[in-house]
Ligand binder design. Sequence first.
Ligand code: BES
Ligand code: MN
Ligand code: ZN
Length: 508
Amino acid sequence: MVKTNDITLRSISKDLKRSPSDALVVGVGQGNEGPVLLDNPLSAKAAESLAASLKILGVTGAADQMVRLPGIAETGADVLVLAGVGKLGTDGLSEEALRRAAGSAVRQLAGLSSVTLALPSASLGDAGAVAEGAVLGAYSFTEFRSNKDGLKNPVGTVKIFTEFAGTKDFDRVLDRAITVGRAVNATRTLVNQPPSHLFPESFAEAARELSKGLPVKITVWDEKRLEKEGFGGILGVGKGSVRQPRLVKVEYSPAKAERKIALVGKGITFDTGGISIKPALGMGDMKSDMAGAAVVLNTVLAIAQLGLPIKATAWLCIAENMPSGAAQRPADVLTVYGGKTVEVLNTDAEGRLVMADGIVAAAEEQPDVIIDVATLTGAQLIALGNRTAGLMGDETVTAALKEASDKAGEVAWPMPLPEELRASLDSQVADIANIGERHGGMMTAAVFLREFVGKNADGELIPWAHIDIAGPSFNNGSPWGYTPKQGTGCTVRTLVTYAEGLAAGTTA
Ligand code: BES
Ligand code: MN
Ligand code: ZN
């Protein structure tokens, strides 16, 4: 299960003809006065005539635009592809514009076996972004197609044309692109799994499989151990399902590491809402309600693969939220790990219940920081739309995550945690209720989670941030850039970049 297609990356810096491929991709940008053919390895003569005919070819340079032309002999490729990179800013192209253009081209060229990307790469970072985009664009999910005849295979080999080709530095950049790209693609594949096949036990098994051969330790709590140790949140949400819940911990703990991060992920393999059942329309998208757990799992595995000198632990809080005679009811009270009681007034606000258990358990191990990732609220989509993740929590952590997301090319935005929201979560009978103020519901949910963040040895609250990825984790529209339909794998890149910053000492 959960096998993801793979891609081979190579690099070349000259002699296109001696390194033939099915297609050569060059970039076109949107300048103030029309389309601009970007830096490329074509002969001056070929480039000049191409540049002169862009307009007549209908090439605008808009992002995601792709125009195929017959190959030019000098390039050794059957097809010449003009790929749009979008608006050309005053300070040139961003890494993310290159990443998207590379990903979009590779995605749209599915069916070809080899592609050479000759996009501008003024820096090692640019060339790395092109490589990463290529891996992200070469994704497909066909596990459940019985007839694969009409399906196009994703591009198998991508050659990056860059002056950095063959250098040690660029080899390292390519390795990172493969590792991070694979982690994102593995996250997508988990999210894309149908709930018939991905349920708590099989998710835990998939985590084991993905961890194989990596220097990590995995521990799985089954329902008996969850019961014995008092994980009332995960158990309460899982009660309605015949498939028993799980808690999974994946630890990477290299010898000389000083810093230690804990990542907690929401792993609802299907969210019907439970007794507070959701409407039928769009309910199928709730197979993606385990995206947070898939993100934290693959982030820690990528950190281990990269050999970063920090400790990182992923906590996967996994349950299926179903209505049944055994399900929890609105007005039930459950006891979260560690002893706090919660009145469950709406069984559809289940993510915060499983996350409460995970956050308490994570804090017990005294990490330097806790970051939780969850498809927590529909209100996230109302507030920020379907491409922007919500960042909440302690300002030092949210600021560092904002910086990491900018660097990684993912979109996230900080939101406040207004103090007055806490009172709306007061319960008549328990320590806290699981629903409160509806307006700003994304923030209400975060204020709920904050109650479960423990203290460190100095008696101070452990620095914490919460990332709501309800919108950006699942694309139910058309593909764009390197982003396919369905699971997007968002936030893995942000968290790996954040971890790299910690390891390098550049992040507080
Ligand atoms: N999994 C949903 C949130 C969600 C909605 C994710 C849409 C992705 C797309 C979550 O468990 C949920 O149902 N939240 C409720 C909370 C409410 C009952 C306070 C919501 O947002 O409606
Ligand atoms: Mn729900
Ligand atoms: Zn949910």
